[in-house]
Design a protein around this ligand. Structure first.
Ligand SMILES: C[S@@+](CC[C@H](N)C(=O)[O-])C[C@H]1O[C@@H](n2cnc3c(N)ncnc32)[C@H](O)[C@@H]1O
Ligand code: SF4
Length: 376
């Protein structure tokens, strides 16, 4: 704790709180039509349209949808100290537009959707969105990534609405450190949500932990201890550079170092077999109910197996988390584009996707959005 206090003064200071307003949503539903391009099969035997296949043969069957740019926390590694410019509500995708686009992706071969943000649970219509998305034929996984602050109460209903998978972010087990990093209180609420998720039968409950030198690197083994008797998958994430998050390579704890720390304390740590599109390197420790994973985007990227696309809250499509290029789907949608035209726009963006990201030092120098706009 002493070490933490001595180092945290190097971190940026908090910025003033802003009032939160929620969006209005369009209740009308329009699910669009079926794909017309000749589909091919993916490894699991599902049909996948050419729109989702890039120049390197990667099949993008996983769509992450940011439901909002707003958040009830202000994590220093995600949100710039001065806050972010929020897109005016009329320029954000409505409920109806999200469903129309999601349907287009799912009928083209996407079988996994993750809702993110900002904080997705602050969106009042998240239950309706889950209900509608989970009823899309062909969708196998509907996941959410959340900070867990207001999740516990909402979770039983979200489960009923078809939410199948859950990632809850928690970077520290020490409440005062949580308050420092997120610039808000609420540590106990996140713990409550993790317990609620376990009680509701989510297995595993994934816990995302961004590891930063001098902040929480001394807690790695404490997090691993959570996996002893709980169905938790602790995911240690390398600190990534985004606009305004004051990234510094000295704060990054590389995968090799994290792995060393865990292996020394838990000598029975064993690597599991990972799916080719898996972003995490997964491990099991003898006798532990849960598992441990490392998301090594910076020191050992996994771009070759990337199957992700990102739809941002303002309707822009991003084909790479770290690439600045984006294309608006909202504008053509609002100008009356049909599904075929939208598919062409999406397909062209997917085909322009680069083989891999530029590397952490170049990423740190390149203008991108703040993480809170992208959603991870
Ligand atoms: C942007 S958040 C959005 C969803 C939700 N508000 C939450 O915190 O889980 C998605 C994930 O990105 C992670 N994240 C944010 N900024 C990051 C950074 N600079 N490096 C690595 N992970 C980051 C968060 O810890 C979280 O697990
Ligand atoms: S990481 Fe999640 S909880 Fe933290 S500021 Fe970003 S969006 Fe909000």
């Amino acid at each position: 704790m002493k070490r933490y206090i001595s180092r945290i003064t190097n971190w940026p200071t908090p910025f003033p709180f802003r009032n939160l307003n929620f969006f209005m949503v369009d209740k009308e539903r329009n699910f669009g039509s079926k794909p017309t391009k000749e589909p091919i099969n993916n490894e699991e035997g599902n049909q996948i349209s050419d729109m989702l296949i890039d120049g390197f043969g990667r099949k993008h069957t996983y769509l992450r949808i940011s439901l909002t740019e707003r958040c009830n926390l202000r994590c220093q590694y995600c949100m710039p100290a001065e806050g972010v410019d929020l897109t005016p509500s009329p320029k954000l995708l409505t409920h109806n537009e999200i469903l129309r686009l999601a349907n287009l992706f799912v009928t083209s071969g996407v079988d996994k959707i993750r809702l993110t943000g900002g904080e997705p649970t602050v969106r009042k219509d998240i239950h309706d969105i889950c209900s509608n998305l989970s009823s899309l034929k062909g969708l196998k996984t509907l996941a959410v990534t959340t900070n867990g602050i207001i999740l516990a109460k909402k979770l039983p209903m979200l489960k009923q609405c078809g939410l199948t998978n859950l990632n809850i972010s928690l970077d520290t087990l020490v409440p005062s450190k949580f308050e420092f990093m997120t610039r808000r209180k609420g540590h106990h609420k996140v713990i409550e949500s993790i317990n609620a998720a376990i009680d509701l039968g989510y297995n595993p409950v994934k816990v995302n932990c961004v590891v930063m030198r001098g902040f929480n690197d001394d807690e790695i083994c404490d997090f691993v201890n959570l996996t002893v008797d709980k169905p938790i998958n602790v995911r240690f994430i390398e600190f990534m550079p985004f606009d305004g998050n004051v990234w510094n390579v000295k704060k990054l704890i590389p995968y090799s170092e994290m792995l060393d720390t865990v292996a020394k304390k838990f000598p029975t740590l064993k690597r599991l077999c990972d799916h080719p599109t898996e972003t995490a390197k997964n491990f099991q420790i003898d006798g532990h109910v849960g598992t441990v994973s490392f998301v090594t985007s910076m020191t050992e990227h996994f771009c070759a197996g990337c199957n992700r696309l990102r739809l941002l809250a303002d309707g822009n499509l991003k084909v790479c988390l770290f690439g600045p290029s984006e294309v608006s789907l909202r504008d053509p949608l609002r100008s009356g584009a049909g599904d075929e035209e939208l598919r062409e726009i999406i397909g062209a963006a997917v085909k322009r996707k680069k083989a891999s990201h530029a590397g952490m030092f170049d990423i740190a120098k390149t203008a991108n959005r703040p993480m809170i706009h992208i959603g991870g």
